[in-house]
Design a protein around this ligand. Structure first.
Ligand code: IMP
Ligand code: MG
Length: 180
């Protein structure tokens, strides 16, 4: 088996926990008295979704979409394909999209346009990580976790070649010798 090295821990499990608690607190306050539907983007967002949701003190519902953006293991091509759509209608619902990371922003840009057509009552975005220094279409991320350098990271839902999603922290991977 090919071995992959973590160059360094970028964000520790404790730092992530504190940040998600803070984000959950804001979401709880903002959606008080409203029916919130959290939409996680599979697969990467499953861990953020689960942990963030446990800091939200509201009768929240959950749904998931699975998308795939074509590209190599470490770069996206911007072409998005919906592999699994939402189970429920979102017309008139307060929808909060939950993402692990915003890199090129192309996945979310596409998804937002796709979901807006369905006329939700509101549509907001939460993302644990945002890569700095990347040119992307304008995205209004209402609940953001950490800004990180434009490097390839793994853990806390983020994979390299399908693996490493279960690391409890966000780490920078040593990409020496890997495809680009
Ligand atoms: P986008 O480039 O913003 O469209 O990001 C698309 C998807 O690529 C994200 O939802 C992640 O699943 C994945 N991705 C982007 N950057 C990284 C990274 O640094 N590590 C692992 N996956 C990433
Ligand atoms: Mg991915």
């Amino acid at each position: 088996m090919e071995s992959v090295n973590i160059e360094r821990v970028l964000i520790s499990a404790d730092e992530i926990k504190d940040k998600l608690a803070e984000m959950g607190g804001k979401i709880t306050a903002d959606y008080a008295g409203k029916d919130l539907l959290m939409v996680g983007i599979l697969k990467g967002a499953f861990i953020v979704m689960a942990d963030l949701a446990r800091h939200i003190e509201l009768p929240v519902e959950f749904d998931f979409m699975a998308v795939s953006s074509y590209g190599s293991a470490t770069k996206t091509s911007g072409v998005v394909r919906i592999l699994k759509d939402l189970d429920q209608e979102i017309t008139g619902r307060h929808v909060l999209i939950v993402e692990d990371i915003i890199d090129s922003g192309l996945t979310l840009h596409y998804l937002i346009r796709n979901l807006e057509v369905r006329k939700p009552a509101s549509l907001e975005l939460a993302a644990l990580l945002i890569k700095d220094g990347i040119e992307r279409p304008p995205l209004d991320v209402k609940y953001e976790g950490f800004h990180i350098p434009p490097e390839f990271v793994v853990g806390y839902g983020l994979d390299y070649d399908g693996k490493l999603r279960n690391l409890p922290y966000v780490g920078i991977m040593d990409t020496t010798g890997l495809d680009d």
